[in-house]
Design a protein around this ligand. Sequence first.
Ligand code: ADP
Length: 709
Amino acid sequence: MARESVSVAARSTLTAEAKLALLEELQRSRDAVAAAQSTAEWLVTHAGAERTIFAAADHARGTLIGVAGAGVLPRQFKKLSIPLDERTHPLINGLANGKAISFHGPRDARLPLFGDSPFTSVKVGGGGDDPAVGLMLISPAIETPQSSIKWAAEVLGRTLQHVSMPSGGLEDDDPRLRREHTLLFNIINAATDPILFTNMEGQLIIANTRAEMLFTAPDDVSEGRRRAVQLNNMFFSAALSRTALGEREAGRRELLLVDPTEGSDLLFELLSTVVSDAREGTGVVSILRNITDLRQATRQIDENFVRLRAAEAEVRAERDRLNLLIDSVADPIIVTDQEGEISLMNNPAERLFTVVPGSGEEAQRIVRANDAHFTSFVSGLLSTGWETTRRGEIALVDPNTDRLVPVEALAAKMLSEVGELTAIVTILHDRTEAIERNQLYEQLKLASEELEGKVRAATAELANQNELLRRQALELEQASAAKSQFLANVSHELRTPLNAILGYASMTLQGVSGELSAPQRRNLSRIDANARHLLTLINEILDITRIEAGRMPIQVVAFNLADLVHEVTTELEPIITRSRLEVISKPGDVPMMRTDRQKVKQILVNLLSNALKFTQKGSVTIKVQMQGKHTVSISVIDTGIGIPKSDHVRIFEDFRQVDQTPRRAYGGTGLGLSICRRLTTMLRGTLKVESRVGHGSTFILAIPTTLKK
Ligand code: ADP
């Protein structure tokens, strides 16, 4: 502002010539308007003003009206029309107190006379008792009007005192009309909606303040704003031309414009009406209603509506889900409102609390009783303010079956966000099963205790029996030891005379006591054979008793198994020869043995003797092979009579023979295999038989190559 003042002041040096020019112009002026126009123009030309407007105070009509102007369009100054009695108006105020006033914005002057540019009003005329004739409005604003402006205002004031004020820029002389015009103009200016009147060519005739802000741009505004105004004019013209083309009736359409000050989009509803005026001809009155907010609000409402719908659907779905859930629960669920009235219940609850149509008197009574029990339970919770849940037992009756239904009821208050009671949900849990279960459990406990007592008694009995058995075993052991001792003693005592018998029989057979007759020899041979058999028996019994008594110690020696096999076959050579059987020896690749050689030999002799004894024709094979890394197996395979499957176990028992009859074909004691089994056990091995009657037998002895003590 200061800068502008300086520039105006700089140009204030006024030549007398210039002053003279104004005076001449005023002289020539035919009326007040012409005089004011001349002064307005002169101020632009000579006093540094850019734009000026002269507003005349028409005291007869009571209005301050724009009548002349320079640098502005006539329609711009013509719209200046302010009632003189509007004393609060800054311009009227300026007219009254005569001071030059600067207006820095359109709002100050309540009128955008020079667009947004600031301006200064300088009183014209008036002095002493004379009222002021008008105001000279000068843009740009000046802090203090310099002498040339003051001078021009003075000269104009003087001139106008003498020159009558005609109708000026107004077409109508009627003061009433003039007032109406002013009023009307003020009304359309007061309207918050932009209002425009355009001729049929689309040229703007009248626009209110709002419209001017959208569609006019003073020269000094920014480029952006000017462009916005251009665009707005373009859009508006296009919209109007459509109106003009269309029917000559009021039309409504939406018009998107740009706010020149803020650059934001503004959506208007354009209401345009074609009006015909006798003087002005036909034109279009357009009212633009700002619907930007409305549109936004509509959109918001639409969105809210959609959201509401979605929420509604969700609530519905939630309710359905809840219903489904409640119905699918086997326990009765009842929802009661704040008054304790039942508002919802599931199917199991309905069974207890509703009467099936057509049901009898009794069922109705039961339902009423159930209802009473339930209500008294829930009202207990309702009456307390602090409790939120309540648990209790209610005895209900099933109206359909008359069965007593003892239920455990759990009621919970449903509170709203603000803690207000909305409902009470009660779940009833049938306790019949639980009670039955409890009874069953008690019975079971009783039975279990009884059983426990019995088990205790049985255990004690068992302990007694065990003790008895232990004692018997001890006694048996002692008896067995005594028996073994007895047998050993007896055998020993028997062996001595038996050996004497054998010795004498042998000597007699050899003819020591003279020649024997044939019957004598035959009988003596029988004595010898029977004595030998007895000796074998006694020897074997002795062996067994020694093993049993633990008097047969183990003596581990290193030996070659092939040598042992050879030794055994050599020893049994006479029997082999007599049997006329082929004896095959298959010694395998066996490491050095470290075990009791004597016991292995005794087992082998026994097995081989049996094989030779029970085989009529064919062969006997002794096969030695490794079985794993540390075990050797010695198989004695014959092609003899075989052993029935049922005897495979029994033949290893004491005195057990397959043929137990007195007329049996084979001799023997029935102790050989039982001794072999005992010896094998001592060697930590196994003795097994595989045999089929008529196909032969295989006895397999498996022992560790090294016997660890
Ligand atoms: P025995 O002194 O009778 O041979 P063993 O204990 O050695 O007593 O044998 C018991 C019985 O097992 C024999 O009487 C016989 O019936 C049967 N037996 C043993 N070895 C053979 C075999 N190689 N073939 C058939 N039977 C056998």
